[in-house]
Design a protein around this ligand. Structure first.
Ligand code: HEM
Length: 163
């Protein structure tokens, strides 16, 4: 019987990571060129939609990562909903340009999310459960980090909560 080995040697993984980082950086630089310019105003719906997706994504993501068992119907249905919430969060963020007035460094998070989510789903579908878990964990901690960063002084949530 022929078996197909999934290559995970460190050199290949480092190479792939470097390629992804270069691709994401190139994309960010390109998108900066398309950025709305000085007269761009972030539409309110973009921030409302962003908050409407990240707020349920926080408890749902934690529940999916830490509850047992994994792989049952609840995990698969909840996982699909969570992936959808994260994809909407990431895509919608390109309409939010409050920090630099254009596409800025935090949008790298969004690109990374859009790269990592399909990879994580593919890992689950191809039974690479360890890689699926690690990648999803990474996306989830990205969500937490973005959430903490969103409350930094000067940002919209800071002004809303403490301003
Ligand atoms: C709990 C999680 C999150 C919260 C509470 C949150 C909140 C917010 C809020 C309120 C804004 C409006 C702009 C501002 O504050 O200046 C914003 C902007 C943004 N968020 Fe999030 N967010 C979260 C997660 C994420 C995630 C997971 C991503 C990426 C996948 C993301 C990407 C962005 C980007 C790119 C912007 C635009 C930044 C800019 O103006 O340059 N956020 N976020």
């Amino acid at each position: 019987m022929t078996t197909i080995a999934v290559r995970t040697d460190p050199i290949r993984r480092i190479g792939l990571t470097v390629l992804i980082i270069m691709g994401v950086t190139a994309l960010a630089v390109l998108m900066r060129g398309f950025g709305g310019g000085a007269d761009y105003r972030t539409p309110a719906w973009a921030i409302q939609l962003h908050l409407a997706t990240v707020i349920p994504a926080l408890p749902l993501g934690a529940w999916l990562l830490w509850r047992a068992p994994k792989g049952d119907t609840a995990h698969r249905v909840g996982g699909r909903v969570w992936a959808l919430l994260m994809i909407v969060t990431a895509i919608d963020s390109f309409w939010i340009r409050t920090i630099t007035g254009g596409i800025g460094p935090i949008h790298l998070f969004s690109v990374l999310t859009l790269v990592q989510l399909p990879r994580a789903i593919w890992f689950a579908k191809s039974s690479q459960i360890d890689r699926h878990r690690k990648t999803m964990r990474g996306v989830f901690f990205g969500l937490i980090a973005a959430g903490i960063f969103a409350m930094a002084p000067g940002r919209t949530l800071w002004a809303l909560l403490f301003g």
